[in-house]
Design a protein around this ligand. Sequence first.
Ligand SMILES: Nc1ncnc2c1ncn2[C@@H]1O[C@H](COP(=O)(O)OP(=O)(O)O)[C@@H](O)[C@H]1O
Ligand SMILES: Cc1ncc(COP(=O)(O)O)c(C=O)c1O
Length: 263
Amino acid sequence: MVDLAYVIAGSEATGGAGLQVDLKTFQQHGVYGVGTTTCIVSFDPKNDWGHRFFPVPAEVIADQIEAATSAHDLDVVKIGMLGTPATIEVVAEGLAKQNWRHVVLDPVLICKGQEPGAALDTDNALRTRILPHATVITPNMFEARTLSGMDSIDSVDDLIEAARRIHDLGPQYVIAKGGVELPGEEAVDVLFDGEDVTLVTAPKVGNERVSGAGCTLAAAITAELAKGTDVAAAVKSAKDFVTRGIKGRVSAHTPFDTVWQGA
Ligand SMILES: Nc1ncnc2c1ncn2[C@@H]1O[C@H](COP(=O)(O)OP(=O)(O)O)[C@@H](O)[C@H]1O
Ligand SMILES: Cc1ncc(COP(=O)(O)O)c(C=O)c1O
């Protein structure tokens, strides 16, 4: 029997992030992917690739969740971009309808290049409605600052402190991603399981962020969990996968290069 993984996330029209990346990553791991679309992001080439954001109506999201969960016995789900409090509410209701072995939350508050202010109401709804379901959470530096309440994260020690604080909010496993934003030669992520801190590192590939890196990492963790891998091994494998994809990155006319999941 093939292993199945489910993702509830936004569509990103250039193919570089979001649901498209999640499903490519699942496929690359030999896992059958099932996806529910929460919103559609279309970057605007006429306006510095600014964000055009269209939320899928809540009832249509509910219909998709009903179809997906009725068609398949799903026990591992990745949550990507939700975008609005109304979407968060309907996804929270969907999650509450069954038991999950793992809920992997990529707490996407804003996309690369977007203004932080847009995130505040989404942040509050995510905290109260989605975080309680998450077993694994993968915040980047901005999301780690927001969720931990820390003003700045300037070192690996700060990132560990942020992971500890986010663990206190509920998720059993926190993977806080330093990426290219901490100084040094390595892209350092921190895994905290409530007891032990593990540094998950790979050499930086350039000093730029890459579109779809966060989605790829969380989707690869989800695919490994669907196959029965334990969390620590899933994170290590996902880090290798995303690093390969960043090395093999695809350049486009957009401001950021994008991860190649087939690398
Ligand atoms: N240029 C890079 N070289 C190597 N690893 C990177 C690079 N950029 C990001 N990463 C890694 O990719 C993963 C996703 O990180 P990041 O881009 O910070 O997430 P997000 O997409 O959520 O902002 C992390 O494991 C991070 O360390
Ligand atoms: C729909 C959607 N999901 C998620 C993301 C986050 O992508 P990344 O993996 O680059 O953090 C974006 C960013 O553009 C997006 O548009």
